[in-house]
Write a protein that binds this ligand. Structure first.
Ligand SMILES: [Zn+2]
Ligand SMILES: [Zn+2]
Length: 279
C-alpha cells in the first residue's frame, strides 16, 4: 500500500478505479472499503464499506476469515443498510463452502447516524450518488464550547447548572477527513460538510474527453472537468484524488489534472496514482 503523511493523518491507500479501493487510517484503527483485503487491513478493527461493487467490497469475506484465523475478534464492519441482508447471506454461504464458521459482525448504517471511533471523534455516513446505493463517510471531531450566555459565570455556578442537567455547552463539529467512495460530483456540491472537511479523498474516475462528463455521470462517477467547474467548492486544506480509471497512465493523469485545475486547487491536490506521487 502507499503511505501518505498528511499533517496529523497517516493514510495507507490503494485506489485503482475498477480494480481495488482500500484506505486505512491506522491511528484511528479504521478503514474505508476492503478492496481485495490487503494484509494491512486484517488488523484494523473497524471498516466502513461505501457500496457493494467488487473493487470496494470483495475482500469482506476474507477479512472476517483471516481475523478468525489470527484469533482476533470479528471487528466491526459498517455497511449501507440496504445491502446488509445480501452480504449476510453471502457470508453464510461461504461458511458452508468452507465448512468453517467464524463470527461476523455487520452493522447497518445510514445518513444521520453517528459512530464514535475515539472519544470526541465520530464517523458520519453521508449519502453518495452512484449507480447503486452508496455512502461516503466523514470523520468529525466534536468540541464542547460553553454557551455565550454562561461565559462570564463563576466556575461554581457553572458546576451547579451542570449538576441540574442544564444544557450549557454548544457542540461544534469539525470535519477532518472525508472519503467519497464512488459518487457523482453532487456529493461535493450539495454538501457543506464535504466542502469544509480538512482532507477530502475524492474519486475522480475520468479525466479526458474520450470519456466525457455525461459518461461519468451515467456511470455515477466524478469527471475531472467537474472538479474544475466547481473549484470554488473545495475549501479543503488538502484534496486527494483517487480511483482513476486504469485507461490512464500516471503521467497522463498528472498532465491533465495540472492543466485543468485552477492553480490554487492544484497546489493542494495529491494524486493517488502509481507511483502515487507528483513527479
Ligand atoms: Zn469503484
Ligand atoms: Zn462503484
Amino acid at each position: 500500500m502507499t503511505e501518505l503523511f498528511l499533517g496529523h493523518f497517516h493514510l495507507k491507500a490503494i485506489g485503482l478505479g475498477g480494480i481495488e479501493s482500500c484506505y486505512i487510517l491506522p491511528e484511528f484503527q479504521l478503514a474505508f472499503d476492503f478492496g481485495r483485503c490487503p494484509e494491512e487491513l486484517i488488523d484494523i478493527s473497524r471498516v466502513f464499506l461505501t457500496h457493494g461493487h467488487l473493487d470496494h467490497a470483495s475482500g469482506l469475506p476474507y477479512y472476517f476469515s483471516q481475523r478468525s484465523l489470527k484469533h482476533l475478534d470479528s471487528g466491526e464492519v459498517y455497511v449501507p443498510k440496504q445491502i446488509l441482508e445480501p452480504l449476510r447471506q453471502i457470508l453464510e454461504l461461504w461458511h458452508k463452502i468452507e465448512d468453517f464458521s467464524y463470527t461476523i459482525n455487520l452493522i447497518p448504517v445510514e445518513p444521520g447516524d453517528k459512530i464514535e471511533v475515539r472519544q470526541n471523534y465520530y464517523i458520519r455516513p453521508l449519502l453518495a450518488h452512484h449507480r447503486i446505493c452508496a455512502l461516503g463517510y466523514v470523520l468529525v471531531k466534536e468540541t464542547r464550547k460553553l454557551k455565550q450566555e454562561f461565559l462570564n459565570l463563576p466556575g461554581e455556578k457553572i458546576r451547579e447548572l451542570k449538576e441540574k442537567g442544564e444544557r450549557i455547552f454548544d457542540i461544534q463539529e469539525t470535519p477532518l477527513f472525508c472519503f467519497s467512495g464512488d459518487t457523482t460530483i453532487e456529493f461535493v456540491t450539495q454538501n457543506p460538510l464535504v466542502q469544509k472537511t480538512e482532507i477530502l479523498l475524492l474519486e475522480c474516475t475520468y479525466i479526458d474527453e474520450k470519456k466525457p462528463v455525461e459518461i461519468a455521470r451515467k456511470w455515477g462517477h466524478v469527471h475531472l472537468d467537474e472538479i474544475a467547474t466547481y473549484a470554488s467548492c473545495f475549501q479543503n486544506k488538502q484534496l486527494i484524488l483517487t480511483h482513476f480509471s486504469k485507461r490512464y497512465t500516471p503521467s497522463q493523469i498528472e498532465e491533465f489534472v495540472k492543466k485543468k485545475l485552477p492553480e490554487e486547487l492544484w497546489a493542494k491536490t495529491i494524486l493517488l496514482v502509481r507511483p502515487f506521487e507528483k513527479s
